[in-house]
Design a binder for this molecule. Sequence first.
Ligand SMILES: CC(C)(COP(=O)(O)OP(=O)(O)OC[C@H]1O[C@@H](n2cnc3c(N)ncnc32)[C@H](O)[C@@H]1OP(=O)(O)O)[C@@H](O)C(=O)NCCC(=O)NCCS
Length: 189
Amino acid sequence: MQHPLLPQPSARHRAGRRSLRDDGRVLHHQLTEDCNLRLLDESDADALYALIAANRPYLARWLPWAASQDRDATLAFVRATRRQIGDNDGLQTVITRAGHPIGMVGVHAVDWTRRSSSVGYWLAQAQQGQGIVTRAVRALLDHGFGAWRLNRIEIRAGVENLPSRDVAERLGFRDRAGCCRPSGSASAG
Ligand SMILES: CC(C)(COP(=O)(O)OP(=O)(O)OC[C@H]1O[C@@H](n2cnc3c(N)ncnc32)[C@H](O)[C@@H]1OP(=O)(O)O)[C@@H](O)C(=O)NCCC(=O)NCCS
């Protein structure tokens, strides 16, 4: 059982406020004094893989790809994130703290006909409880509803994934029950 959670675009979103500094392929946004959002680079693959490996059981409970992702698959994911930007089909960003990856937040494939998409996120277990992901998702929502003029962005959280549902609720998403097969997509985002 999954819950697609639907936000109501706020006045701020409708106004098209740009929150991510978009400088060609160099996009970044400051979340806190020492946490930032930025695009992934191939040079991040080893650190990102190490983070996934160190958090594997915790991540794999809700993100099936994390159970088996190896270093090559992480590198393939990083490369795919750059193609996704080139194709104008979403955006994956890495959350860094003091320059080191601590999680990911991304906008998945965009349905430009309906102007709709979804966001996904994960954070290293030890970094939870500080509002980092809430800030990061808010930045992507601003970008999606603002710069991209999307009409709808979903968060799909497992019914029992309370930390993830709390992120959505904190951001004003409206809870809409739905039912999907568990996703087995092989990605790091
Ligand atoms: C889902 C997940 C990203 C949530 O992480 P999180 O740290 O709880 O979320 P945030 O970073 O937004 O932090 C929120 C927490 O910080 C607290 N907080 C502190 N300062 C805050 C601030 N300025 N703003 C918002 N929250 C703040 C909140 O009260 C909350 O703590 P609580 O849960 O004890 O009440 C994380 O649990 C995770 O990666 N899980 C595994 C992967 C996963 O499930 N991904 C989602 C799939 S749908």
